[in-house]
Write a protein that binds this ligand. Structure first.
Ligand SMILES: Nc1nc2c(ncn2[C@@H]2O[C@H](COP(=O)(O)OP(=O)(O)OP(=O)(O)O)[C@@H](O)[C@H]2O)c(=O)[nH]1
Length: 312
C-alpha cells in the first residue's frame, strides 16, 4: 500500500484480549461514506466521486486500532428508489446495516437533514441496535449551524454517541476510531492482520476503472455502465496482464467511452493502470474493451456479480 492511514492506526501489540466486529456505514448519497472509509482504513478501497450513487456493491474496509479489528461495511446510499437497480441498492444497504455490530449514520452537515437524510433518520428511529451519529463535512459549516443541526437530529432519533468530523481532512476521525475500537466486543479477528479489504482484487480493479470512467465522463455518460475484469494473468517477469470490459447499453454510449480517436478510453486506461499498479506494487498491463449489452439493468446475473439481491 502506498497510502498511510491518517488516523495513526497501528498494528496490534500482543497484549490483552483482541476485539473485533462490523461497522455498517449508512447515509444519504454523497454524505461521504466512501471518503470516511478511506480515511479510516487508510487505503483506497471504495469509490469516491462527486457523482451520486456510485457505490453499487458492499465494500468492506478493514482497520486495526490498538487490539481491535474493525470491519467496515460501506453500504450504497439510501435514497428514493426509482428503478430496479435503485431498489436493489436500498435493500442491500439495510441488509448491510443488519449485519453490523455497530451502525454508523453519516449526515452531511452542509446539506442538513432534508430529503433523504430525514427519511433515513425516521426509519432509523424504529431500529434497535447501537447507533452512532457522525456529522460530516464540519469544515464546511459554522459552529452555530452545527449545534442547531445536532439538536434537530436528536429530536428525530436516539443515538448512543455523536461525533463531528471531517472525513476529508481527518479532523475528529481518530476519536471516532478509538470509540469504535473500545466499543466492539471481545473476540478473535476475522481477517489476517495485513488485509485491508475482502474485495477480490479483480473486483477492486474493476471498481477503479469504473471510477476513472465516471471522473472523465460524468456529464456525458449515464450511470448505466458497468466494468468487469475478464482476465487476470500473472506474468513470469512479475507483471500482471489485466483485461477489462466496459459494458454500456447503447452504441452511442460506446462512442462516448471511446472518445475522439480513442482518446477517452486511453486516458481512462492510463489513470486506472497507474492506480492498480500502485495498489499491487507491481507492473500492470491493462487492456480495456467496450461492449454494448442492452438492458443489463434488468439482468439478474449482473446483480449477483455486484453483490446485490435481484428485486422482484
Ligand atoms: N468538504 C468536505 N467534503 C467532503 C467531506 N467528506 C466527503 N466529502 C466530499 O463529498 C463528496 C461525496 O463523498 P463520497 O465519499 O463519495 O460519498 P458517499 O456517501 O460514499 O456517496 P455514495 O457512494 O453516492 O453513496 C466527495 O466529493 C467528497 O470529497 C468532508 O469532510 N468535507
Amino acid at each position: 500500500m502506498t497510502d498511510t492511514p491518517h488516523t495513526d492506526a497501528k498494528p496490534a501489540e500482543p497484549q490483552g484480549p483482541t476485539r473485533s466486529g462490523f461497522v455498517a456505514l449508512i447515509g444519504a448519497p454523497n454524505a461521504g461514506k466512501s471518503t470516511l472509509m478511506n480515511q479510516l482504513v487508510g487505503a483506497k478501497v471504495s469509490i469516491v466521486s462527486h457523482k451520486v450513487q456510485t457505490t453499487r456493491a458492499i465494500v468492506r474496509g478493514i482497520a486495526i486500532y490498538d487490539r481491535t479489528q474493525i470491519v467496515f461495511i460501506d453500504t450504497p446510499g439510501i435514497f428514493t428508489p426509482k428503478r430496479r437497480l435503485d431498489r436493489a441498492m436500498v435493500s442491500t444497504a439495510w441488509g448491510g446495516a443488519k449485519d453490523g455490530d455497530l451502525v454508523l449514520v453519516l449526515i452531511d452537515a452542509e446539506r442538513g437533514i432534508k430529503g433523504e437524510a430525514e427519511a433515513l433518520l425516521d426509519s432509523l428511529a424504529e431500529r434497535d441496535g447501537h447507533k452512532i451519529l457522525v456529522i460530516n463535512k464540519i469544515d464546511q459549516v459554522k459552529r452555530e449551524t452545527l449545534l442547531a443541526l445536532t439538536a434537530a437530529i436528536h429530536e428525530k432519533a436516539k443515538f448512543d454517541e455523536t461525533f463531528m468530523i471531517s472525513a476529508l481532512n481527518g479532523s475528529g476521525c481518530k476519536d471516532l476510531m478509538a470509540y469504535l475500537a473500545k466499543t466492539l466486543p471481545e473476540g478473535p479477528w476475522y481477517y489476517p492482520e495485513d488485509q485491508i479489504s475482502d474485495l477480490p482484487m479483480r473486483q477492486l480493479a474493476a471498481e477503479i476503472t469504473r471510477e476513472k470512467l465516471f471522473l472523465r465522463l460524468h456529464q456525458e455518460l449515464p450511470y448505466a455502465s458497468h466494468v468487469e475484469t475478464e482476465s487476470w494473468e500473472e506474468k513470469k517477469d512479475g507483471s500482471v496482464r489485466i483485461e477489462q470490459v466496459i459494458y454500456v447499453e447503447r452504441d452511442s454510449q460506446k462512442k462516448i467511452v471511446l472518445g475522439h480517436k480513442g482518446e477517452a478510453i486511453k486516458a481512462i486506461g492510463q489513470a486506472s493502470r497507474k492506480e492498480i499498479a500502485e495498489i499491487l506494487e507491481q507492473k500492470v498491463h491493462l487492456f480495456l474493451f467496450v461492449k454494448v449489452r442492452e438492458n443489463w439493468g434488468n439482468d439478474p446475473e449482473r446483480y449477483r456479480e455486484m453483490g446485490l439481491e435481484f428485486p422482484h
